[in-house]
Design a protein around this ligand. Structure first.
Ligand SMILES: Nc1nc2c(ncn2[C@@H]2O[C@H](COP(=O)(O)OP(=O)(O)OP(=O)(O)O)[C@@H](O)[C@H]2O)c(=O)[nH]1
Ligand SMILES: [Mg+2]
Length: 306
């Protein structure tokens, strides 16, 4: 997209930490994305690398003005948060309504609270999800899914778990922004209730191996992917990457996963050396049964018309 003006907004301490991780990894550097942290109080400054911060403990007029200043000129707003956050529950409706006012597109990369967290966290998450139903795309991952990334460890603290979450979202947002940069319009990347995965590979069959690696992404539900109504796959290699090698990846995906509704993008990125990256984003299908492990998410399904 031309003239992209992206603001990545981290909500609550978790969101602030996640966007700091992105800034340290140079996510969004190419498009000069702006990073904003939103939190309940000045303690936020202890957790964030952002220079633009919105404190929710100010009066309503000041908060509204700070939101409008922080989003000035934006045509794309990316929310990042642990949805159990009190700050997220308060700020999402305000930021969402301002984003709509300035006609900015909206996308969210968020984690749902763990089952170990208390009731009020789950209530906050329910509020956030209902406000995020107005977003173009919501990539929501239940916290328990992050455990899968550290299966080989007997014990994991919540802190460690969220460090994994931050790393995953860092890659998710990076892949999304890279894809957005290459698209003519943002409509191609409108997914509603969505999921994402990514993988990398080296060697002679690197394109097909990168797609296979993405399919092993722990948070991915391959059955959901097979039933998805919209799938976007981006395969990216370095200067020496032959785009035609992606044909094997396409054939593999079409033969083994699904042969319908896949948008493929194959491109080069000078920053990638000796490897190929594959990222997959898709619209999640409606739940097949009412008995769900993640009731919050399943209630959320079906609200979108991407
Ligand atoms: N991605 C990520 N999520 C986190 C992290 N720490 C906590 N969370 C999740 O984020 C949710 C919200 O917690 P906070 O971000 O601390 O919320 P807050 O708005 O700052 O403040 P309180 O709600 O008052 O604690 C929790 O329910 C966790 O599921 C983190 O470091 N990274
Ligand atoms: Mg907190």
């Amino acid at each position: 997209m031309k003239n992209l003006n992206v603001k990545v907004v981290g909500l609550g301490e978790g969101g602030a930490r996640a966007v700091s991780r992105m800034m340290n990894s140079h996510v969004g550097d190419k498009i000069s994305a702006g990073f904003v942290a939103v939190g309940n109080d000045e303690n936020l400054l202890l957790t964030t690398a952002t220079k633009t911060n919105i404190f929710l403990n100010r009066d309503a007029v000041t908060v509204q003005k700070n939101i409008s200043d922080a989003l000035d000129g934006a045509n794309f707003v990316v929310f990042v948060a642990g949805l159990g956050s009190t700050a997220a529950a308060r700020a999402i409706p305000l930021i969402m309504s301002h984003a709509h006012k300035i006609k900015a597109r909206t996308v969210a990369f968020v984690n749902l609270p763990s089952k170990l967290e208390n009731h009020s966290r789950h209530e906050n998450a329910a509020h956030c999800l209902s406000d995020l139903a107005k977003a173009d795309s919501v990539f929501a991952v239940p916290a328990e899914k992050f455990f899968l990334f550290r299966l080989n460890r007997k014990e994991i603290s919540l802190k460690d778990l969220f460090a994994v979450a931050d790393e995953i979202f860092c890659n998710g947002v990076k892949n999304f922004l890279d894809a957005l940069t290459g698209e003519k319009t943002s409509d191609t990347l409108k997914f509603g209730d969505a999921a994402f995965c990514y993988g990398e590979a080296e060697g002679i069959d690197s394109a097909v191996d990168a797609v296979k690696a993405a399919l092993k992404f722990p948070a991915l539900d391959v059955d959901e992917l097979k039933r998805a109504s919209k799938i976007f796959i981006r395969v990216t290699g370095g200067e020496l990457f032959f785009k035609t090698t992606a044909d094997a990846a396409k054939k593999f995906f079409h033969d083994e996963i699904t042969d319908t509704k896949v948008i493929w993008r194959v491109d080069k990125d000078a920053e990638i050396v000796n490897k190929v990256c594959a990222s997959i984003m898709f619209t999640r299908p409606p739940a097949v049964n009412a008995k769900s492990t993640f009731p919050l998410l399943k209630n959320f399904l079906g609200r979108f018309q991407p």
